[in-house]
Design a protein around this ligand. Structure first.
Ligand SMILES: NC(=O)c1ccc[n+]([C@@H]2O[C@H](COP(=O)([O-])OP(=O)(O)OC[C@H]3O[C@@H](n4cnc5c(N)ncnc54)[C@H](OP(=O)(O)O)[C@@H]3O)[C@@H](O)[C@H]2O)c1
Length: 169
């Protein structure tokens, strides 16, 4: 085994201060942060014993800027982003590369019923494989995520304000 893809995740679609904010936050942290950490801890020794390899962690573009309507999910994905940076540094000397994936909305069960533009899962999977072939460390696999990432690089505060304007009901 040389490749681990940490893709499992949940999104309760609630805001931090809404009624379900505490419970959702705990559930999302359990899967999106602690689950990913547990997988990295369990499989890193196996990859190392096999001569090195790659861990791909599926984060989210809204792990890099909070979208308040999904506020608890964004916080868990932000924790996931920090997790992958830390694990990347720890595993580099052990011959294991850690790749982050930061998609925008994708047409899966998670976004069912949401009337927003979405990338197809096939397109996202294909972009991830291309990124791996090209040795890219941070993969933005769809036009939306690439656009937001570009804006974040230019003016992160402005993006934060744009996303903050999309406040929950
Ligand atoms: N869809 C989007 O717009 C979008 C955007 C950015 C990032 N992402 C991220 O992409 C990844 C895949 O999400 P998706 O869109 O494919 O969502 P999805 O359709 O809801 O699928 C989530 C997957 O995670 C698994 N999972 C959830 N909780 C788990 C647990 N406790 N233990 C093991 N497996 C668990 C599910 O398994 P079961 O089916 O067995 O429950 C399912 O295979 C997630 O990390 C998500 O945060 C999604």
């Amino acid at each position: 085994m040389q490749l681990l893809i940490n893709n499992a995740g949940i999104n309760r679609c609630v805001s931090l201060l809404g009624l379900a904010g505490m419970e959702a936050s705990r559930e999302e942290m359990e899967v999106n942060f602690f689950g990913t950490l547990a997988m990295c801890r369990a499989f890193a020794p196996i990859l190392e014993a096999n001569g090195g390899g790659t861990i791909v962690n599926v984060c989210s573009i809204i792990g890099l800027v909070n979208l308040p309507v999904n506020g608890t999910y964004c916080a868990s994905k932000a924790a996931g982003h920090s997790l992958l940076q830390g694990v990347r540094a720890e595993l580099a000397p052990r011959g294991i590369k850690v790749v982050g994936v930061y998609p925008g909305p994708v047409d899966t069960k998670m976004t069912a019923g949401q009337e927003i533009p979405k990338a197809s899962p096939v397109q996202v999977a294909s972009e991830i494989l291309t990124g791996l072939e090209r040795n890219v460390e941070d993969i933005f696999p769809d036009p939306m995520s690439r656009g937001v990432h570009e804006q974040l690089e230019k003016n992160a505060k402005q993006v934060e304000k744009q996303f903050a304007a999309m406040i929950p009901d």
